[in-house]
Write a protein that binds this ligand. Structure first.
Ligand code: ZN
Length: 110
């Protein structure tokens, strides 16, 4: 799975191994990879393409990625999409929870 984000191969391999489920909705990529909506896509948890660390790079499904778009994680978690899917700061993967914690001080990240 090649990426065009300048993510290092070490981070890429680490994330592929860690994120076997969508970090947001929890869909299982191994079981549900056949559908286009559930295909894993590269995600910057904090929308800054310069942050290519394993803390900020994750795999999420196409649906979540399309819905999140350029929204900040916090705003997106309040969106109708997340509410309808039962996605909240309590249900996301541990790496996303960590990102939420560490970015609380950064008010105006995009
Ligand atoms: Zn998802």
């Amino acid at each position: 799975m090649a990426n065009t984000w300048g993510i290092s191969i070490e981070v890429e391999n680490f994330v592929i191994e860690r994120d076997t489920h969508c970090v947001y909705c929890g869909i299982d990529f191994l079981i549900e990879h056949t559908s286009r909506k559930t295909k894993p896509t590269w995600e910057h948890i904090v929308n800054d393409i310069r942050i290519n660390t394993k803390e900020n790079i994750a795999l999420c499904c196409t649906s979540c990625n399309a819905s999140k778009g350029a929204k900040s994680l916090k705003n997106w978690l309040d969106s109708p999409y997340c509410r309808s899917k039962g996605i909240s700061d309590k249900t996301v993967a541990p790496n996303v929870k960590n990102a939420l914690k560490t970015t609380l001080e950064i008010r105006d990240y995009k």
